[in-house]
Design a protein around this ligand. Structure first.
Ligand SMILES: [Fe+2]
Ligand SMILES: [Fe+2]
Length: 162
């Protein structure tokens, strides 16, 4: 619960904005998951699905925090950002890396806003999620580099069903 010094409206605003960003990420990563599956990059598709599910958990965590602060609030279903369809494999990983980077910057800013408004619980939630977004960024960056440096020899190994 928020204490009387906290600016509840501002905190709910940043939690909703973060949830909107997660809803965009979920939709984008599901799109990438199905595209990679269509192209038989089984291993890459499996990891993309796992990351889409991480973002679903984040969207739920932000909604749960909003409901904890004020049970009368309806967490947003708006999607913030653009979902791009039909990207080629080399574009997918650069795009997703950049979107994680933007998310990390935003959530660090939101954590700071929560702390300034005496809501340590929301600040800690943002900080916990930032560490997971950093793992996503590192993974996308690794794959983007493998595709750039190894090209088809790397991609050929992503089709094994093991
Ligand atoms: Fe997320
Ligand atoms: Fe992420």
């Amino acid at each position: 619960m928020s204490n009387k010094n906290s600016n509840t409206a501002k905190i709910i605003e940043v939690l909703n904005e973060a949830r909107s960003m997660e809803l965009c990420g979920i939709t984008q990563y599901m799109n990438h998951h199905y595209k990679l599956d269509d192209e038989d990059y089984v291993k890459l598709a499996k990891e993309m699905k796992r990351i889409a599910i991480d973002e679903m958990k984040h969207a739920e965590a932000f909604a749960e925090r909003i409901k904890d602060i004020d049970s009368n609030q309806e967490p947003t279903f708006d999607i913030k950002g653009t979902v791009i369809k039909g990207q080629k494999i080399d574009a997918i990983y650069t795009h997703d890396k950049n979107s994680e980077d933007e998310t990390i910057n935003k959530y660090n800013e939101f954590a700071k806003i929560c702390r300034e408004n005496n809501d340590v619980i929301s600040a800690t939630l943002f900080e916990r999620i930032v560490t997971e977004e950093q793992e996503h960024l590192n993974y996308f960056d690794d794959i983007a580099n493998h595709i750039k440096e190894l090209g088809n020899s790397f991609l050929a190994r992503q089709t094994d069903k093991d």
